[in-house]
Design a protein around this ligand. Structure first.
Ligand code: ADP
Length: 327
């Protein structure tokens, strides 16, 4: 039996190259060795959203990106969290075995509470319990995470241990599948690439849009004129060449340091590299987008397969917790 992998991502709409390098590429690879469950966690999104008007569009766009990138619904289960309502049932049950003190100490809760003081809702503090419910509902063995997310997974493991201690062995203790995701820097060079910083390049952008976006990027701040020598080690454009112009990266480094190539040309090279690398993805995405019914069928099929597992888990949990009358 292959081990089961679970990963959830909030529906943030069109994905950017940071998401691709930091997560999606890995999702695609994991499918070869594991039974993967990939979930768009729309309920999680509700904990921080001010408006839900774009939620449906974001789910659709993100699904397109996942499928075009190679997440294969024949190999993996791809679905939307709320389409399998059993997760909210398990969330409620796990809420009864999770001490509030654990949740109030979570650093991301404190940070989010600071960021949205007007909306410190009950769901926000319960976020790690819902995450545990996601992972446990599918009896997950492995969760792909970066080192920074280890504390979150540790909370799930504690909830698993507590549940198993109180009600008998039910859930495997999920292990981290540590992947050292490279952090992709945003075009402004100031922080990681992210939608909220508007320093990103969408995977689905056209070649022309990609070039336009890259033209706005900040480069080596010490390089004022074309003839100044560059410092690739502090240039965010250069850091992207490492992903998209792998075979030319050394040459670009030498040329930049010797002022043989200027920033304008260097940006053009990067746009060419990205556009070449994403050409197949973009063609597949355009084709997929023409048939929304097909996309919704995939999500519905995924939800059905996920629900079959979920129902079994819930039955077992309710039995162990004494909620079902023994015959
Ligand atoms: P979420 O809140 O679901 O993590 P994000 O859009 O922030 O949503 O990230 C989705 C995935 O993409 C995460 O696994 C995250 O680590 C990865 N990711 C996002 N931005 C970057 C980046 N700039 N570099 C590397 N990985 C990234």
């Amino acid at each position: 039996m292959k081990q089961r992998v679970f990963s959830g991502a909030r529906p943030t709409g069109r994905q950017h190259i940071g998401n691709y390098i930091g997560a999606i590429e890995n999702y695609v690879k994991l499918q070869e060795k594991y039974n993967c469950v990939y979930c768009i966690v729309d309920i999680h999104a509700l904990t921080t959203l001010e408006s839900t008007s774009e939620l449906q569009q974001n789910i659709f766009e993100m699904t397109l990106d996942w499928l075009a990138a190679g997440i294969d619904p024949k190999k993996s289960i791809v679905f939307v969290q709320s389409h399998v309502p059993e997760v909210t049932e398990l969330f409620t049950f796990l809420g009864m075995v999770t001490p509030l003190g654990w949740l109030l100490r979570v650093p991301t809760f404190k940070e989010k509470a600071r960021m949205q003081p007007q909306n410190v809702n009950y769901g926000l503090v319960g976020y790690p319990v819902l995450m545990a419910a996601d992972i446990m509902l599918y009896k997950t063995d492995l969760v792909p995470v970066g080192e920074d997310q280890l504390p979150h997974l540790e909370m799930t493991r504690e909830i698993v241990r507590r549940f198993n201690f109180l009600f008998g062995d039910t859930f495997p203790e999920p292990k981290a599948k540590l992947t050292n995701y490279p952090m992709v820097l945003g075009l402004n060079g100031a922080q990681k690439m992210g939608k909220s910083y508007n320093n990103h390049i969408e995977l689905a952008a056209t070649p022309a849009e990609t070039l336009e976006k890259i033209k706005t990027a900040v480069t080596d701040p010490a390089r004022q004129r074309r003839n100044d020598k560059g410092h690739p080690d502090v240039c965010n454009i250069f850091s992207l060449h490492k992903f998209f112009n792998v075979d030319r990266v050394q040459e670009i480094e030498v040329e930049c340091k010797a002022a043989g190539i200027g920033c304008v040309d260097c940006k053009k090279l990067l746009a060419d590299g990205i556009n070449r690398a994403l050409h197949g993805f973009r063609e597949r995405r355009i084709a997929l987008a023409k048939d929304p019914d097909h996309i919704y069928d995939i999500l519905s099929d995924g939800a059905g397969r996920a629900q079959a597992i979920a129902k079994e888990t819930i039955m077992e949990v309710k039995t162990k917790m004494g909620l079902i009358r023994h015959a």
